[in-house]
Design a binder for this molecule. Structure first.
Ligand SMILES: CC(C)(COP(=O)(O)OP(=O)(O)OC[C@H]1O[C@@H](n2cnc3c(N)ncnc32)[C@H](O)[C@@H]1OP(=O)(O)O)[C@@H](O)C(=O)NCCC(=O)NCCS
Length: 153
């Protein structure tokens, strides 16, 4: 049993290790350690007595738009609702900030559909949403789906 909260800076290295494992499996984009410190306030973590077991980031793009990204739950702890709780925490933070739309790029659209995200044509997202694509190894042959959740409804 763990808790979801904002991370301590001393947890960023463990968060990067989790992210790197998933990046090696081709499931998320890797992030530089410096970038993770710069964006430390984007994150929520799921923490147990054994340390960080999950993370997610809410990254603000524009006055009305933010990205849910860097979602990972530790192997062996998946399938227990932690991923769902992490995304819910990120979306709650977006609501608190009065951000009206959150989006994600993913290869598991069904996971996000279950959380109220809807598939959209990526052309519906402003150019800023593609900022990571240019440095992604998959560019331009990306097989991810863009999904959007409208919080203004
Ligand atoms: C994706 C991930 C974060 C899900 O975390 P989790 O804690 O296992 O997910 P949950 O237990 O909260 O699952 C919530 C729901 O999503 C479903 N789900 C979980 N993983 C799924 C997947 N890969 N594809 C489709 N649906 C999925 C579950 O069945 C569950 O549905 P239910 O509520 O109807 O039972 C986790 O599998 C992971 O870390 N994967 C590797 C990294 C990754 O792919 N990140 C996403 C990048 S966009």
């Amino acid at each position: 049993m763990g808790v979801i909260r904002k991370p301590k800076l001393t947890e960023i290295v463990a968060m990067k290790q989790l992210l790197d494992q998933a990046a090696n499996d081709g499931q998320v984009l890797s992030r530089q350690l410096a970038e993770m410190f710069e964006n430390a306030r984007d994150f929520h973590v799921y923490v147990t007595d054994d340390g960080v077991a999950g993370l997610v980031a809410l990254h603000i793009d524009l006055i009305d738009l933010a990205e849910v990204r860097s979602l990972v739950v530790r192997h062996g702890m998946r399938g227990h609702g932690i991923g769902r709780q992490l995304v819910t925490a990120a979306v709650a933070e977006a609501r608190q900030l009065e951000i009206s739309r959150v989006y994600t790029f993913t290869r598991i659209p069904a996971f996000f559909s279950g959380l109220g995200f809807q598939a959209v044509d990526r052309a519906e997202l402003p150019y800023k949403a593609f900022k990571d694509c240019l440095k992604c190894p998959l560019f331009p042959g990306c097989d991810e789906t863009a999904l959007l959740k409208d919080l203004g409804e």
